[in-house]
Design a protein around this ligand. Structure first.
Ligand code: CP3
Length: 350
């Protein structure tokens, strides 16, 4: 790989580097004053995501402010249900709301058209790639089918009890819904790769609490199927899988799904990470976003621990869950400076 090959791609190709690449989940968003300013110009969050000019700006804001090794496209995992014909909107301060679940067959008929309805995200990626320095990687993403299905079934963020009950009581319907989501997600990720995404990440944010056989059925198999379809389309971009909350089942996931990177959540032990590295996976994580917000000596100490325990094999520094909106900029700057060894320029608006 050449000198300008982004660190993130080198780490995902299995290289152990002099320091790990760093990016942060939800690095774009409400923790940044410039994002909050930009956000006031959009009528609503979904239109923001579908506006390439604004979404490209939001994607670039964190990489202008901090010497991060990657940008992640500004979008949301709930754009796919919208593209399949389910109503999706965001209540200010409360999070996502979804309308009634359309019949599965009706959504199956929309799969091909759904990718075209997401073309604005491809345009955002192309704009960002044109502006981003060649040594920084651009990440595209989608939600894991099960996680997206939990929102589609429950209509909002919740404890997911209804979605899990649905998985047990109506397995055929859930499987049919997952098949539709696998197909739509694979097409969406192919489109993202063709538009400039160099890494593809699957956010399976609600992988917790599932019995081993159910985890295999509703998380592992759909991820395998997505990757098969993406590879069949000739897309070689590395994948990062993030089965958040899967606990010990992360190891089942890593064995069965041919992702290059496995993102770990905050509870991942040093040993778990090392076992995955020994299996040939690049690991990512797993700083607690609450600790990033809290700051102080405990944050400094944890950053050292993570670097010490995992930097000897392929590792990507990141959080175990997204940056919280009220995280002080100074805490983010301190961690990025420590990991990269590069100074963060002071900026006026804080
Ligand atoms: O910087 C980035 O990481 C890129 C953009 C990104 C967003 N959402 C923007 C966003 C990414 C990768 C996501 C993924 C996402 N969206 C997930 C998976 C990761 C995770 O956090 O578990 C999930 C579950 C969603 C669904 C979602 N979107 C919820 C539950 C919410 C409301 C909660 C909240 O933080 O407000 C969102 C809204 C959302 N997605 C915002 C942003 C910047 C805030 C909306 C706003 O600014 O008004």
């Amino acid at each position: 790989m050449s000198e300008t090959t982004p660190r993130l791609l080198r780490a995902l190709a299995g290289e152990t580097l002099d320091r790990p690449p760093i990016w942060l989940m939800r690095q774009a968003g409400r923790s940044l004053p410039e994002y909050r300013e930009l956000r006031t110009k959009a009528s609503d969050f979904i239109s923001f995501c579908h506006n390439p000019e604004m979404a490209a700006e939001a994607t670039l804001q964190p990489v202008r402010r901090f010497p991060l090794d990657a940008a992640i496209v500004f979008a949301d995992i709930l754009l796919i249900p919208g593209a399949l014909g389910q109503k999706v909107w965001f209540e200010t301060g409360e999070g996502p709301r979804l309308g009634e679940l359309p019949p599965i067959e009706a959504m199956a008929d929309e799969v091909e058209a759904s990718t075209g309805r997401l073309s604005a995200i491809g345009e955002t990626l192309a704009r960002v790639r044109a502006e981003l320095e060649p040594d920084r990687a651009l990440i595209g993403f989608a939600g894991g089918p099960w996680t997206v299905a939990t929102y589609m079934i429950e209509g909002r963020s919740s404890n997911r009890e209804a979605a899990r009950a649905f998985a047990y009581q109506q397995p055929e319907i859930l499987d049919a819904l997952l098949d539709v989501l696998v197909d739509a997600t694979a097409r969406y990720l192919i489109m993202q790769a063709k538009s400039g995404a160099q890494v593809l990440k699957i956010f399976e944010s609600w992988a917790e609490g599932l019995a081993e056989d159910v985890f295999e059925r509703i998380v592992i198999r759909p991820h395998q199927a997505i990757m098969e379809k993406v590879r069949a389309a000739g897309v070689a971009a590395p994948f990062i899988g993030f089965p958040r909350g899967a606990g010990a089942l992360v190891e089942n996931y890593a064995k069965a799904v041919p992702v290059q990177g496995v993102a770990l959540d905050t509870q991942a032990s040093a040993d778990l990470g090392r076992r995955l590295q020994a299996q040939g996976k690049t690991i990512q994580g797993a700083l607690d976003n609450l600790l990033l917000r809290a700051g102080g000596p405990a944050l400094d100490a944890r950053v050292e621990t993570l670097l010490n325990q995992w930097s000897g094999a392929p590792y990507i520094f990141n959080l175990g869950h997204g940056v919280m909106p009220d995280t002080p900029i100074a805490h983010i700057a301190r961690v990025v400076e420590r990991v990269t060894g590069k100074a963060v320029k002071a900026m006026a608006a804080e």
